[in-house]
Design a protein around this ligand. Structure first.
Ligand SMILES: Cc1cc2nc3c(=O)[nH]c(=O)nc-3n(C[C@H](O)[C@H](O)[C@H](O)COP(=O)(O)OP(=O)(O)OC[C@H]3O[C@@H](n4cnc5c(N)ncnc54)[C@H](O)[C@@H]3O)c2cc1C
Length: 433
């Protein structure tokens, strides 16, 4: 078998692995995708409950202007449903304020009579940041020198009140990092994406994204329930079943920790480039817990306004609340509404304690009817996003040896866009090699 007639072996059918497989297949290269679990998607999965609720494994949205998403997805076939731009913010004193289009029409949003958030200077600074990000391409923003986001916001001159009531709840939810220690170049990129696009979900749940990519590959390309136990050499992998597969090249499209384990177990290559780079891989990750409830009646506590609820109260467990069925009716059976609550970070509480604590907060927030809401399921995701700090390159080397590559958000920055982009770039490197 010549090298280009052997398949490129991809380990992992998350967004990065599927993007890489898509571009390789389009270029006529045979591919084989090995996925340890029972479905494609990695961190982008949706469970359908027996009662007909669609539960994304963690609250997650696609920002529709992501350059890589626009390149690869058929948005029409996904039937994307967008949240309204903005949020209802619950302030520390329990008052609620609604911001519509705060990044797209900052003066109107923050100047609304009901908005106690931000001084006039704060609002003008948002306008100035909007102008700044619109002058740059996404790639330019990601390449900018960075500090941590909180320092960036303070240096930009926003008031503490604006930071605590708007930036921390909003971007802390995006980064799963309430303290905003995430690098500011990534903040600028995400800010631009919110200014220029929408936050959306496919009508039938987030897993439709990976399913769309997998459906374009020839039958048999993706092998589910197939876990790779080790890398034998640059072109061979050994499955947990003991089977050894030989490819033209191997792509690590796993999460960072799994990649590190596979590289660390590589036989006889202790000093090579891959091992050296493995030592510098960061596997630190952001944690989140998503708790789902169902209301007893069809009336949505979100009043069908399609706005995200953000909690600015310090110490709260319910950081963001969303009502996905207000955005796409297919998320809940007729006559019920779905409530998705995200709690970010490690709180030192058991899942039962988080569920109980969140439920109590929802009663205070949405009134006594919330006591009757049925707890459906909780998802604790210990490695939801790789930690991305100032000083980390927005793209690390993807080629580890002549025949071994890596892709995924952990090789760049914590976003679907990074997973898709690194997947494409690895495909291009293999095609060129
Ligand atoms: C709760 C949550 C919210 C998020 N919100 C957003 C958001 O709003 N917007 C956004 O842009 N991004 C968001 N993200 C991030 C986004 O989901 C990820 O960046 C992206 O899905 C990462 O894809 P990946 O392919 O790099 O990795 P993964 O999705 O982790 O895929 C890796 C795959 O490798 C498989 N694998 C691992 N080890 C092996 C092995 N030994 N053999 C075979 N297969 C293996 C795994 O099973 C998995 O399928 C969120 C993530 C989470 C969890």
């Amino acid at each position: 078998m010549s090298n280009s007639s052997k398949p490129v072996i991809l380990i992992g059918a998350g967004m990065a692995g599927l993007a890489c497989a898509t571009w390789l297949h389009r270029a006529g290269r045979p591919v084989l995708v090995l996925e340890a679990t029972d479905a494609v998607g990695g961190r982008v999965r949706t469970d359908l409950t027996p009662d007909g609720f669609r539960l994304d494994r963690g609250f997650q949205v696609l920002l529709t202007n992501y350059p890589e998403a626009r390149r690869i997805f058929d948005y029409g076939a996904l039937r994307l449903k967008a949240f309204r731009s903005g949020a209802v913010i619950r302030l520390a004193d329990g008052q609620e304020t609604t911001l519509q289009n705060p990044l797209q029409r900052p003066l109107a949003a923050f100047s609304a009579l009901t908005s106690p958030i931000g001084t006039l200077t704060d609002k003008l600074r948002i306008l100035s940041l909007v102008r700044h990000v619109l002058k740059h391409t996404p790639e330019e923003l990601l390449a900018r020198p960075a500090t941590d986001t909180i320092t960036f916001l303070q240096h930009y001159g926003w008031s503490e009140q604006m930071i605590n009531s708007f930036f921390k709840p909003f971007f802390g939810g995006v980064f799963l990092d309430r303290e905003l220690t995430t690098a500011s170049n990534f903040f600028e990129f995400v800010f631009q994406q919110f200014v220029t696009g929408e936050a959306a979900v496919p009508a039938l749940g987030m897993q439709q994204l990976p399913e769309q990519l997998a459906a374009r590959l020839p039958a048999g390309t993706v092998r589910l329930n197939t876990s790779v136990a080790g890398l034998v050499d640059g072109t061979q992998v050994r499955l947990t079943s003991g089977e050894v597969l030989n490819g033209a090249a191997v792509v690590l499209a796993t999460d960072g920790l799994a990649a590190l384990r596979l590289l660390a177990g590589r036989s006889g290559n202790a000093d090579d480039l891959a091992s050296a780079q493995a030592a510098s891989f960061s596997t630190a990750a952001r944690i989140t817990t998503c708790t789902y409830f169902a209301t007893q009646g069809g009336h949505s506590p979100g009043r069908n306004d399609k706005l995200l609820r953000l909690n600015a109260a310090p110490g709260a467990l319910a950081h963001n609340v969303a009502f996905p069925a207000d955005v796409s009716g297919a998320y809940a059976p007729a006559g019920r509404a779905l409530v998705s609550v995200s709690t970010h970070g490690e709180r030192g509480l058991s899942e039962t304690e988080i569920t109980a604590g969140v439920h109590e907060e929802l009663v205070t927030w949405f009134g006594p009817a919330a006591r009757q809401w049925e707890h459906l399921r909780s998802y604790r995701i210990p490695a939801a996003l790789p930690v991305y700090l100032a000083g980390q390159p927005a793209q690390q080397p993807l080629k580890l040896t002549d025949t071994l590559y890596r892709c995924g958000d952990w090789a760049a920055y914590p976003s679907l866009n990074a997973a898709l982009a690194t997947g494409r770039e690895v495909a291009e490197a293999i095609i060129k090699a």
